[in-house]
Design a protein around this ligand. Structure first.
Ligand code: MG
Length: 277
């Protein structure tokens, strides 16, 4: 089996300090959390940014740039900047969403489909998706294609066919979000089956689903995503004091399951990403 890529999503745009006081706000805190997770064994960090004072989700170029610089100054971790977020709500922000690509991170997340998402509508119209994919391709940024439904997967495969995504495409199966596909084994197997390509894929599971669904993925040869964006608790009622705790647990599990953990260099090879100058 291929070595295991551990992605860590350190804050997302939804969790608050009322829910877990360890949520990072400033770019400096976000970078510090990323580096703690890297030291624990994560090789890719997925980043959303926030207003450093209020912790409200934000999308300022300077915040993304600072987090990226701080991580690169201290590590060879692969950085994945979001092109979505709870503060991104309207089509007027279509261009704003592409800002992170211009910073040339290793990866950017690319949400290809729309769905009802925690009481709002998460809209990713096809024109924007194609445009974002093209921009990533031109800029040399690898898309991490986020799919919440099998329809999103079909759409992505069509994009691959149309040449909008370079080889190998890399997928994140996002399971357990209300109201996307559920985070259970039969669903994960269905996603894997419909993928039809021999390419790297990862899974995330929301809340209590994080541990079981990532464990299933590890056994199936998939990669995993852990961290505060998806889950705040190590076990029932026990908050994690850092994203690194989830990474440590994943590394322990990988050892037990005899799956080797990928270094950053391994991850670049697996995902076909050149080191950034
Ligand atoms: Mg995200």
């Amino acid at each position: 089996m291929e070595k295991l890529i551990i992605n860590v999503a350190v804050c997302g745009s939804a969790p608050t300090r009322e829910q877990n006081p360890a949520i990072p706000h400033s770019p400096k805190e976000i970078a510090e959390e990323a580096l703690r997770a890297w030291r624990a064994g994560a090789c890719v960090v997925h980043i959303h940014v926030r207003d450093p004072q209020t912790g409200e989700p934000d999308f300022k170029r300077e915040y993304f740039a600072e987090a990226l610089e701080r991580i690169r100054a201290e590590s060879d971790m692969l950085v994945n900047l979001t092109t979505s977020g709870f503060n991104i709500q309207s089509e007027d922000q279509d261009e704003e969403r592409l800002i992170p690509i211009a910073l040339k991170p290793d990866l950017c997340s690319l949400d290809v489909g729309s769905l009802n998402f925690r009481g709002r509508v998460f809209i990713n119209h096809t024109d924007w998706v194609d445009k974002a994919a093209k921009r990533m391709q031109e800029t040399g940024v690898k898309p991490e294609i986020e799919v919440f439904e099998l329809g999103h997967l079909r759409q992505s495969l069509d994009m691959v066919k149309r040449g909008l995504v370079d080889d190998p495409p890399y997928f994140q199966f996002c399971l357990g979000v209300p109201w996307g596909a559920p985070a259970d084994l039969s669903t994960l197997m269905a996603f894997r089956e419909h993928l039809t390509l021999d390419c790297p894929w990862s899974v995330l599971g929301v809340g209590p689903h994080q541990l079981p669904i990532t464990t299933h993925a590890m056994l199936m040869g998939g990669h995993v995503r852990v961290g505060f964006e998806d889950n705040l608790y190590l076990s029932r009622g026990v908050l994690a004091d850092s994203n690194a705790r989830f990474v440590e647990r994943t590394v322990d599990l990988a050892r037990i399951l005899q799956r080797e953990v990928a270094t950053c260099e391994d991850a670049r090879r697996i995902l076909g990403i050149k080191p950034k100058a």
